[in-house]
Write a protein that binds this ligand. Sequence first.
Ligand SMILES: Nc1ncnc2c1ncn2[C@@H]1O[C@H](COP(=O)(O)OP(=O)(O)OP(=O)(O)O)[C@@H](O)[C@H]1O
Ligand SMILES: [Mg+2]
Length: 228
Amino acid sequence: MEVQKLEIKNLTKDFQMKSEKIIALKDVSYTFYPNKLYVIMGHSGSGKSTLLNILGTLNNQTSGNYFINNQDVSTFKEEDLCQLRMSCFGFIFQDYCLDPNLKSFENVILPMYINKEIKKEEYEKRALQLLEYVNLNNRNEHYPKELSGGEQQRVAIARSLANNPSVILADEPTGNLDESNEEIIFKILRKLADEGKCVIVVSHNQSILKYADTVLYMKDGQLGDSHE
Ligand SMILES: Nc1ncnc2c1ncn2[C@@H]1O[C@H](COP(=O)(O)OP(=O)(O)OP(=O)(O)O)[C@@H](O)[C@H]1O
Ligand SMILES: [Mg+2]
């Protein structure tokens, strides 16, 4: 499914603990569109990952609504959600989350196994093309431990693109990387947005704001577009 719009309305998320209720998101409303790179900033614990996880349908909100192309996500059956996660969203994490026992190209192939639309014969060719896209075609046969952090993250980006998602969700993708690798990663994310994807990135680093179309600030579970 081609995503035209991700719309959240009056979203809240509570975590009920034994002795207290943690309010992670408070009345968050926003609409995300393709062809844009959004950066979400904010202090630790302000709710950034919670928001990203709900956008990626990895978690549910406590109240409020989430619409994808005007369809209410809460009405989706579990199998529709699985299909949606596979075909619409690519996930990138701070710690890369690569399988240590698989070579670069095998890590990129992994998400294709659950996609009926990609033929088995195409897996390897497609993986190699994606590794070329992140400029890593000279590391196809390397295992994660044989790659630098920046290279591992580029494999993870290639993997996130395996099923050609419309939306890329990246939670502090350069949190473990130095400045030059951060630049490389953000240039790739910028290119993906320019090619039509909706790219939503959580970051702490002011120096990457130049890559963003929109900067959003999360504070105590609330989302705003200006910094106080
Ligand atoms: N599964 C959970 N159970 C209970 N509380 C949680 C859970 N996940 C998050 N929280 C709480 O919700 C709040 C928001 O957490 P979240 O992980 O979204 O913050 P964050 O902005 O991503 O922070 P960081 O920058 O440190 O990654 C925090 O107070 C956190 O302790
Ligand atoms: Mg987080």
